[in-house]
Design a binder for this molecule. Structure first.
Ligand code: FES
Ligand SMILES: [Fe+2]
Length: 441
C-alpha cells in the first residue's frame, strides 16, 4: 500500500518537492514546435507548477522562461516578440532566448546594467516536432533520452497532445494497469465477435491476466501472458520509463515504436504527449469485428476545444467532468460500449479524472493485478529519495541509452525460456530505429 506521506511525495511536482526535483533532472516535452511561430505571440506554458512563456525569435530560436520580467515582474506574456528577443511592454527591457538582457531603454546610458540582469530562461532543444525544456540546475544540460521514437527521422514522428485534469501519477498508472483493458475498453467485446487473428481476441478471452513484473534499467516492465493454444503463449509487454513515460502493449511488438509522456503541468493537470512512429504499429487502425462493424467505443479521433491563452488552455477535450465525459447510458445498458464512452483515450481520461484531482491513496485497496503500479511507485520514490538524500542521479539522466532497449507490444511465442530472455530475443528480431541520428546535445 501507499502511505499518505508516500502519496504526497509521489504526486507533488513543484520546485523543491521530492518528485519535482526528480522530474527536473530530465528533458521535458513542453509544446509542439508548430505552436511557436517566428516573432509570433508568446505562449503561456505551465510546467511542473511554474508559470512560463515560450516564444520563437526572428532567427527561429525558441526561448522558454519565467513569465515574470526580472525588472518589476510584469508578465512577459504581454511582451513584444521582435527583432531577436522579447521586449517587456512595461519599461521596454528586452531579453534574448537565453535570458540575456539586450536593452534597458528607460535607464540613462551611463546607468544601465544589462550584463547584470538575466531573465530566468531554461535550456531548450527541438526534436521530433516538439520543444523540449531542461528545468534542472546542471551547468551543462544532460543528453536527451534515447527513446526509440526519438531515433527515427523527425518527419516520421506523429505527435498528439491531450490535457488531462488530474495529477500525472494516476494518469500514467492507467497505461501500466493491464487488467482494465478487458473491462473499460473491451468489456462489451466477446471472443466470438472477433476474427481469430484479432489483436485483442486473447485479451477478451482471458480477462484475468497473470503477469511478471521487474525493475529494469529504464524503470519497470511487466509481461502479461495467456495460453493461446497448445504450446503457444500470447505475451503483452509494457513499460514505465523515468520520469513520466510509458509504452503500452496495444500494438504488434515488432514495429511498436512509440512513447507516451504524462507531463505534469502542475499538481492537478497533466499533458499527455503521445509520440508515435508513422511507419509503426500505432499508426494502424483497430481492425473491425468479424461482421465488419467497428469495435464499439474505439472512435479514433479526438474532439478538442479551441486552444486559449490560459496557462491551462491548450489541447483540452470537449468531453470533460463538466459534461460527464459524454457518457451514453443507453450504450452502456445495451452493452454496445461497456463504459458508454466513445473513445479509448476518453475512457481513460474519464476514469482517472473521476478519481479527483489527486488520488487519495489511503482509500485504495490494491490487488495482485496492481503489482506493476505498486512496483512503479516504489521505483519512482526510491530514485527520488536517493537523489534528494545522496545526490544519486536517477536512471537515464547520465546513461540515456538505457531507454533504447524499452519496447512494448504483443506477440505470440512458443519459446519456453525465462520471460526476460523471450523479450530480448523478440526485441532483437524487431524493426529497430537506426543508431542515434542526433549527437548528444
Ligand atoms: S517590468 Fe519589465 S521592463 Fe519593467
Ligand atoms: Fe486504458
Amino acid at each position: 500500500m501507499t502511505t499518505a506521506i508516500e502519496g504526497v511525495e509521489l504526486t507533488r511536482v513543484g520546485a523543491a518537492t521530492v518528485m519535482g526535483e526528480l522530474m527536473r533532472q530530465y528533458w521535458i516535452p513542453a509544446a509542439l514546435s508548430a505552436e511557436l511561430v517566428r516573432d509570433g505571440a508568446p505562449l503561456r506554458l505551465m510546467l511542473l507548477g511554474e508559470k512560463l512563456i515560450a516564444f520563437r525569435d526572428s532567427a527561429g530560436r525558441v526561448g522558454v522562461m519565467d513569465h515574470r520580467c526580472p525588472h518589476r515582474c510584469a508578465s512577459l506574456f504581454l511582451g513584444r516578440n521582435e527583432e531577436g528577443g522579447i521586449r517587456c511592454i512595461y519599461h521596454g527591457w528586452k531579453f534574448d532566448t537565453a535570458g540575456n538582457c539586450l536593452d534597458m531603454p528607460n535607464v540613462p546610458p551611463h546607468q544601465e546594467f544589462t550584463p547584470k540582469v538575466r531573465a530566468k530562461a531554461y535550456r531548450v532543444v527541438e526534436r521530433g516536432g516538439l520543444v523540449w525544456v531542461y528545468m534542472g540546475s546542471r551547468a551543462e544540460a544532460p543528453p536527451m533520452p534515447e527513446l526509440e521514437i526519438l531515433l527515427v527521422p523527425d518527419d516520421e514522428v506523429g505527435v498528439t497532445f491531450v490535457q488531462r485534469d488530474c495529477n500525472y501519477l494516476q494518469a500514467l498508472e492507467g497505461d501500466v494497469d493491464t487488467s482494465h483493458f478487458g473491462f473499460l475498453h473491451a468489456g462489451h467485446v466477446e471472443p466470438d465477435d472477433l476474427p481469430d487473428d484479432h489483436p485483442i481476441r486473447h485479451t477478451v478471452t482471458v480477462r484475468t491476466p497473470e503477469y511478471h513484473v521487474a525493475d529494469t534499467p529504464w524503470g519497470t516492465q511487466y509481461a502479461a501472458y495467456r495460453t493461446a493454444g497448445p504450446g503457444l503463449t500470447y505475451w503483452r509487454f509494457a513499460n514505465f520509463l523515468f520520469p513520466f513515460w510509458t509504452q503500452q502493449p496495444q500494438g504488434e511488438f515488432d514495429r511498436h515504436v512509440h512513447a507516451r509522456a504524462w507531463v505534469p503541468l502542475d499538481d492537478t493537470h497533466t499533458m499527455f504527449c503521445y509520440l508515435w512512429w508513422k511507419r509503426g504499429s500505432s499508426a494502424r487502425p483497430h481492425p473491425p469485428r468479424k461482421d465488419g462493424k467497428p469495435i464499439g467505443g474505439a472512435r479514433p479521433d479526438h474532439q478538442f476545444l479551441p486552444n486559449t491563452t490560459d496557462w491551462l488552455g491548450r489541447w483540452r477535450l470537449q468531453a470533460n467532468a463538466g459534461n460527464d465525459w459524454g457518457i451514453d447510458r443507453a450504450a452502456q445498458r445495451d452493452n454496445t460500449i461497456y463504459s458508454g464512452i466513445e473513445n479509448i483515450t476518453l475512457q481513460d481520461q474519464a476514469v482517472t479524472e473521476s478519481m479527483g484531482p489527486i488520488t487519495d491513496h489511503r482509500f485504495e485497496h490494491l490487488a495482485p493485478s496492481d503489482q506493476m503500479i505498486t512496483r512503479t511507485r516504489r521505483r519512482l520514490l526510491m530514485a527520488a529519495r536517493a537523489l534528494r538524500e545522496k545526490g544519486v542521479p536517477p536512471p537515464g539522466v547520465e546513461d540515456p541509452d538505457v531507454f533504447r532497449s524499452a519496447r512494448s507490444g504483443h506477440f505470440f511465442s512458443d519459446d519456453t525460456s525465462p520471460w526476460h530472455e523471450i523479450y530480448a530475443s523478440e526485441l532483437a528480431a524487431s524493426v529497430r530505429p537506426p543508431a542515434p541520428l542526433h549527437a548528444a546535445e
